[in-house]
Write a protein that binds this ligand. Structure first.
Ligand code: NAD
Length: 260
């Protein structure tokens, strides 16, 4: 379905970004990966997901908190593949503290990585998408783009912000073949969430299994994690012709979290 298209997925060396990159590769898209850590293993996993399709996989290590590095990544992708047809803004970090105790540098980093980076990639990707009259921008927001939780001020502000950016981008391109939508996952068991499970286990003197149960039970009625594979399937749907007129939505995959 996506043969000949190129997808750039930020923060795709692990977790949800990697799952989405694999799902797009399985549909035949070339993929540019980004993120910290072991990018070789991520590239191997994405190549493997492509199966026997002749997809190309590359990597750029831009730090999503730095506008100049983001511009260099977008220029690299354009030079390597001609243009970015599918942009997935996924890179994100978390920090948990009450507003009055929230470290200023953490606030700045979360706003930069979880929100401003998507503005920069989007503004740089749009001209070529508009020229081609086809493009897909998928913003990985969160259920925290729709509702709040205590102690997550920067994250909730950034995720509400990216839902807003999604709607504006969708509206400005509504008469074109360029769509922009957001995905709002509940809990997904990735390194980002494992840190929160570990913190809960330490706080209550619990096992990992007990802390996991507590974490899910507090917010997610299904008591199940959403998986990167399920989120990848939703991203593939947004890229399909059936989603040509899906514009500006913030689509929960949250086990009923926001329905409460
Ligand atoms: P993760 O920690 O597994 O992955 C985060 C990715 O972002 C990694 O590839 C990491 O290297 C990259 N990254 C972090 N800082 C970066 C920076 N400055 N520059 C470039 N890359 C950077 O986390 P995840 O859970 O897969 O989260 C991915 C996205 O999904 C985030 O935006 C997160 O807010 C969102 N999300 C996660 C959950 C969840 O439960 N895990 C729920 C809702 C939304």
């Amino acid at each position: 379905m996506l043969t000949g298209k190129t997808a750039l997925v930020t923060g795709s060396t692990s977790g949800i970004g990697l799952g989405i990159a694999q799902a797009l590769a399985a549909q035949g898209a070339n993929v540019v990966l980004n993120g910290f850590g072991d990018h070789q293993s991520a590239m191997d996993a994405v190549r493997q997901a492509g199966g026997n399709r002749a997809i190309q996989v590359d990597y750029h290590g831009a730090d999503m908190s730095k506008a100049d590095e983001i511009a260099a990544m977008m220029a690299f992708a354009a030079e390597r593949f001609g243009c970015v047809d599918i942009l997935v803004n996924n890179a994100g970090i978390q920090h948990v503290a009450a507003v009055q105790d929230f470290p200023v540098e953490k606030w700045d980093a979360i706003l930069a990585i979880n929100l401003s980076s998507a503005f920069h990639t989007t503004r740089l990707a749009l001209p070529a998408m508009q020229q081609a009259n086809w493009g897909r921008i998928i913003n990985v927001a969160s259920v925290h783009g729709l509702v709040a939780s205590a102690h997550k001020s920067a994250y909730v502000a950034a995720k509400h912000g990216i839902v807003g950016l999604t709607k504006v981008t969708a509206l400005e391109n509504a008469t074109t073949g360029v769509t922009c939508n957001a995905i709002c996952p509940g809990w997904v068991l990735t390194p980002l969430v494992q840190k929160q499970v570990d913190a809960k286990a330490a706080e209550h003197g619990m096992s990992n299994a007990e802390a996991t149960k507590l974490l899910l039970g507090e917010k997610e009625p299904s008591l199940q994690f959403t998986t990167p594979e399920e989120l990848g399937a939703l991203a593939v749907f947004f890229c399909s012709a059936a989603a040509n007129n899906v514009r500006g939505v913030a689509w929960n995959m949250d086990g009923g979290w926001a329905a409460q």
